[in-house]
Design a protein around this ligand. Structure first.
Ligand SMILES: C[S@@+](CC[C@H](N)C(=O)[O-])C[C@H]1O[C@@H](n2cnc3c(N)ncnc32)[C@H](O)[C@@H]1O
Length: 314
């Protein structure tokens, strides 16, 4: 097992989260302005999920859209609303955003759609998945830009999110087993989230319940070590005991599941996997270095650093 400067630093960090107030201090130490994901990032993420589905022969409906773990801004959900979704529900483990601060993101998104801007690709967001065949604006997606009155409704929803008739619901923190998050969703998506979820099995099951039959789950998953090692897949070399030290009391870190483990969980929940895209990289560790729990990883999993899974609810 690697015991490098990285791993020692991450173990210390994990333990610092035991100090009362440390987590909030870390969250507050970056001004909101710096943390807000840009409209262009959110536009790119949302359209990539939709276009990938379309390229793979799926035709998602967008009446009710649920996002898992939006993080610093709910821009991808705002993009969904501007594409005609009636309602957007976001659930997050940590309350990272405050809805009113997303108003500028909404204005910027409105312009991106009005100009039918191409989807920002690798030259701007090299690390973002999925990769697409074409980054042209998907004309088939929307008949007409959102009307002024619809944009005004979305602005109001950001200002008064708890109102009964709001088209936006943001639950953070939330209860993963809460069946009332949504009952009739058409599209559930996540971007760089499912690798962080401790109980991925129960969240996949919950999303099955939130979707209506024929609804689509679309997950982009980043299987890399997230700075816990100097090697991209070095997290699979840590023993369980070392990993517990690294995790410490952080609210979440990594579940260390591979691509095929995520796929299998979705299948076990009765989803039909329709589209899979894997991004490959040569393994940065030798097989002999794998922790006992990961010795059985297939070569495919060991060399998959990112992926998209889109699955249909039966
Ligand atoms: C790397 S951030 C990704 C944020 C955003 N989707 C993006 O693309 O920038 C990971 C997010 O996963 C969320 N997360 C972790 N565990 C979760 C859970 N069990 N349910 C929902 N979200 C979770 C975190 O709170 C955080 O917002």
């Amino acid at each position: 097992m690697e015991l490098s400067r990285n791993s020692i630093r991450e173990m210390v960090k994990g333990q610092l989260y035991r100090v009362p107030g440390y987590a909030s201090l870390i969250n507050a130490s970056r001004p909101l302005r710096q943390r807000l994901a840009s409209a262009r990032y959110c536009y790119s993420v949302w359209l990539r999920h939709l276009v990938a589905a379309h390229e793979g022969g799926l035709q998602p409906k967008l009446r009710v859209v649920v996002e898992l773990g939006p993080g610093d801004s709910i821009g991808a959900g705002l993009a969904a609303l501007l594409c005609g979704a009636d309602r957007y529900v976001a659930v997050d483990w940590v309350r990272y955003t405050n809805l009113a601060s997303n108003l500028q993101v909404l204005e910027d998104l409105k312009d991106l759609f009005a100009n039918q801007s191409p989807i920002p690709g690798d030259e701007e967001f090299a690390g973002v998945n999925p990769k697409l065949k074409s980054y042209a604006f998907p004309n088939w997606l929307i008949d007409a830009p959102a009307s002024n009155s619809r944009v005004q409704q979305i602005r109001q929803a950001l200002a008064q999110p708890m109102s009964e008739r709001s088209c936006i619901r943001y639950l953070a923190p939330y209860n993963q087993d809460d069946a009332t998050v949504a009952r009739d969703a058409d599209f559930v998506f996540s971007q760089a989230v499912m690798e962080h979820v401790d109980d991925a099995d129960s969240l996949y099951r919950a999303t099955y319940g939130w979707l209506s039959p024929g609804g689509i789950a679309s997950h982009v998953i980043d299987y890399r070590c997230h700075a816990t090692s100097s090697r991209w897949n070095g997290h699979w070399a840590y023993t369980d005991a070392a990993w517990r030290l690294i995790r410490g009391k952080r609210p979440y870190l990594l579940n260390r599941m591979s691509h095929s483990m995520h796929r299998q969980l979705l299948i076990d929940c009765h989803f039909d996997v329709a589209i899979e895209r894997q991004v490959r990289a040569a393994s940065a560790i030798q097989r002999a270095e794998l922790a006992p729990r990961y010795r059985g990883l297939s070569n495919d999993d060991l060399t998959t650093r990112g992926g998209l899974i889109q699955a249909v609810r039966r």
